[in-house]
Design a binder for this molecule. Structure first.
Ligand SMILES: [Zn+2]
Length: 291
């Protein structure tokens, strides 16, 4: 954390807009330090546990002029994987009758906009053990909407990732690579969202196995976001991307909304991953921030 004198000196040389961004970064820095120590308060962890910036002397700033919700509202009609029970909502109290309003949720961990922890498809850490610093990530939006119009089985491939890097520079350290296929527009229609064909096979976009391998081994990426039901394509039956990606100790968020409104580079995503004991994942609030 910066001492007040350092903050004052830095602000003196900035425009008002830059200063606001700097201040947001300081606030985010406070939040990151706070969450790095854990909500239960690990007293033995030093406050400077937050990792230093990659470039010596550089400060991490998070612009927040725009805050966009990337989360679908979860309801009993939200599309879910075949064979699962939809969320069940039971009222447990109304203000008029009980003096408080409260419900009970019976919900699967992979319902709605949700996290897949590394433990989901192979041995790995469960959701509550994910490094909180990895959940605040620069966003790289990979837009394959044009290809999806002609091919609902389209997958992000290495060429898509290289094309993004040609336009925006190398994928930033610790980033979240986000698939924008435009599929979130189908979320109100389960049959369209699953892309179920006459034979019961699913069809929707995802990542290719080579792209997942490239991101897991050639780049420093924290997580994947997809606007479909799975990081694999719907037609994939071997779940190769799940195995490669989660098996590498990374997280993913599926059923994300609104990626078409986020700039292709320069935004930051906050992934509100659930902190439930031994969770394989869980419904998650995801926000995008940018200047
Ligand atoms: Zn999942």
């Amino acid at each position: 954390m910066c001492a007040p004198s350092v903050i004052a000196a830095a602000l003196a040389g900035m425009s008002r807009r830059d200063a606001l961004h700097f201040a947001a970064g300081v606030v985010a820095g406070v939040a990151c330090v706070a969450c790095s120590t854990g909500a239960s308060g690990a007293a033995d962890e030093p406050l400077d546990a937050n990792p230093p910036p990659a470039v010596p002397g550089a400060k991490r700033t998070i612009a927040a002029t725009n805050v966009l919700d990337l989360t679908h509202t979860l309801s009993p009609t939200f599309p879910i994987w075949p064979g699962n029970e939809p969320i069940k909502l039971t009222n447990k109290g109304t203000f008029a009758k009980n003096g408080f309003y409260s419900n009970r949720w019976d919900v699967g961990e992979h319902h709605g906009t949700h996290l897949d922890s590394p433990s989901h498809c192979s041995p790995g850490i469960t959701a509550e053990k994910i490094d909180p610093a990895s959940l605040v990530a620069p966003a790289a939006i990979i837009d394959i909407r044009e290809r999806v119009k002609k091919d609902t089985d389209a997958a992000v491939n290495i060429d898509d990732l290289k094309a993004w890097e040609k336009a925006h520079g190398r994928l930033p350290k610790g980033c979240a690579v986000c698939l924008n296929s435009g599929w979130d527009a189908n979320a109100g229609n389960a049959k369209a969202f699953l892309g179920t064909d006459a034979g019961g096979k699913l069809h929707f976009p995802g990542f290719s196995k080579p792209a997942a391998e490239f991101l897991a081994t050639e780049r420093d990426v924290a997580g994947l976001l997809v606007d479909t039901l799975s990081i694999d394509t719907g037609a994939a039956t071997d779940f190769a991307v799940h195995k490669v990606w989660l098996g590498a100790g990374k997280w993913a968020v599926e059923c994300v909304a609104n990626l078409g409104k986020v700039p292709p580079s320069g935004a930051t995503v906050f992934v509100g991953a659930p902190k439930v004991q031994a969770a394989s994942g869980g419904p998650t609030r995801v926000l995008a921030l940018w200047g």
